[in-house]
Design a protein around this ligand. Structure first.
Ligand code: FER
Length: 256
């Protein structure tokens, strides 16, 4: 079992604050304007160039889920104040890429589940280009990370490992059953290993979906794909995901 974030890690302090805002971008994939939330770090200035983390939500959420339940801006502001983060813009997309992308009705309906797959195209062809035109961010794979919780954890593995030309840092927090089989995720372990800067996999020990993480971790270990396996106390819930963000965010965009 691993150490958890220190007390106070998510409590606001009298320090420089980042900014969190909602933006809209035109999605050709879905055919409408879609929302995303964006966190820019304390002192964000256009004359600097930033890394970007795309941080995805779960089946019950939308672009505001992290903001409403996880207080990521406080966690990140505190880490900046302590000198523990590489400068990054964090994008909170809506990972349900369909015309009505609100978390309402039957969240397990086939069209809604399918929309989490369609998001791959929306992210790569619509959202990333929008972010790169609107914010002062680097566009290289080593400056782009993807992570998420549950359905978003599955998306991060499915999308990130398929597009290692776009993402060098990947994090899955309690990934859901939308996660592809390990053989599909990593058909060529040597190639994947050579390209990854970080593959993070975490799950609470009381999570009903833990078998997904267990099977992924087992395959990665068997095939010697370097990864962080962070098994922690807790269930399928926010204390776990906030703790994951605290740890994962400190590892990315750095030579560890
Ligand atoms: C499932 C159970 C849980 C599933 C998805 C979830 C696609 C997602 C949970 C979450 O995002 O919190 O069978 O199938």
């Amino acid at each position: 079992m691993k150490e958890t974030a220190p007390a106070g890690y998510d409590v606001p302090r009298e320090i420089a604050r980042g900014k969190i805002e909602t933006v809209e971008y035109a999605s050709e994939t879905v055919g409408n304007d879609r929302k995303a939330m964006i966190y820019t770090p304390p002192g964000y200035a256009e004359d600097n160039v930033y890394n970007v983390l795309y941080l995805l939500h779960g089946i019950g959420g939308d672009e505001s889920e992290w903001h409403r339940h996880g207080d990521p801006q406080t966690i990140l502001d505190n880490l900046y104040a302590d000198g523990k983060l590489a400068p990054m813009v964090v994008v909170f997309p809506n990972g349900r890429a369909m015309p009505n992308d609100r978390a309402e009705g039957d969240l397990f309906a086939p069209d809604k589940i399918k929309a989490f797959e369609t998001f791959e195209i929306d992210l790569l062809s619509d959202l990333i280009p929008f972010i790169e035109s609107r914010y002062s961010v680097s566009t290289g794979r080593e400056n782009r990370a993807i992570a998420g919780l549950s359905m978003g954890g599955g998306q991060s593995l499915n999308i990130g490992l398929k597009h290692l030309d776009r993402f060098a840092w990947i994090g899955a927090f309690s990934p859901a059953p939308n996660t592809k089989s390990p053989e599909q995720l990593v058909p060529n372990p040597e190639e994947t290993s050579a390209r990854l800067k970080l593959l993070w996999l975490s799950c609470g020990d009381e999570d009903n979906l833990k078998q997904i993480s267990d099977r992924t971790h087992a395959y990665l270990s068997e095939h010697r794909v370097p990864h962080v396996w962070y098994e922690e106390s807790g269930g399928h819930d926010w204390p776990v995901w906030k703790n994951d963000l605290y740890h994962f965010s400190q590892l990315i965009f750095k030579d560890n």
